[in-house]
Design a protein around this ligand. Structure first.
Ligand SMILES: [Fe+2]
Length: 187
């Protein structure tokens, strides 16, 4: 258990320093959604939820959108990069090999899913994007770009989570209108 603690502390320290202000909140919030979807969450899923976006917090290692033609390609590279960084952290903390491999699989598949557990992580992350990240994303990006991101995120949600997200309210009226139009136009 000491090793898991070591991993969590290292993830927290890195994510806290991220230049993306919502990163630490989103990491914890993804874990909270995960716990709602899977109350008996295991250590691998827990580490994966906290660290799935870790590469975004490391300026000199993060992948950049402009280097990829397709958004899905960028997301795939982002997932793999986070998985590699987490593997290094887990090795430093002397985590056992099976757990490292499990976390690596989960995080490298957190954007596309793959098996039941990777799909749960993907859904928790996707719901958390709407819960936490979207208003921050809007501040950094154009209306059109935010709308595209909203559509991309909403379309990949299973119906039951589409209903959860449709209940969210946003303080910023522009964001609220944008999300409404994205949801209504998503069919
Ligand atoms: Fe995420």
């Amino acid at each position: 258990m000491g090793n898991i603690n070591c991993v969590e502390k290292k993830i927290e320290r890195i994510v806290k320093r991220s230049l993306v202000p919502e990163d630490p909140i989103h990491a914890k919030n993804t874990l909270e959604w995960l716990l709602k979807l899977e109350p008996h969450v295991d250590n691998a899923l827990k580490i994966a939820a906290l660290g799935h976006d870790i590469e975004r917090a490391i300026e000199k290692r993060k992948v950049r959108r402009e280097d990829y033609r397709e958004y899905d390609e960028f997301k795939k590279a982002h997932a793999l990069n986070s998985a590699r960084i987490l593997m290094e952290i887990m090795e430093e903390c002397k985590v056992r090999k099976e757990l490292i491999e499990d976390v690596f699989y989960l995080v490298s598949h957190h954007e596309a899913g793959g098996n039941r557990r990777a799909d749960i992580l993907k859904d928790a992350d996707s719901v958390s994007f709407f819960h936490i990240n979207l208003p921050y994303y809007f501040k950094r990006n154009s209306v059109e770009e935010t709308r595209k991101r909203c559509l991309w995120g909403y379309r990949r949600l299973p119906d039951k989570f589409k209903r959860v997200v449709a209940e969210f309210c946003y303080q910023n009226k522009e964001v609220e209108l944008l999300v409404r139009s994205c949801i209504n136009g998503s069919e």
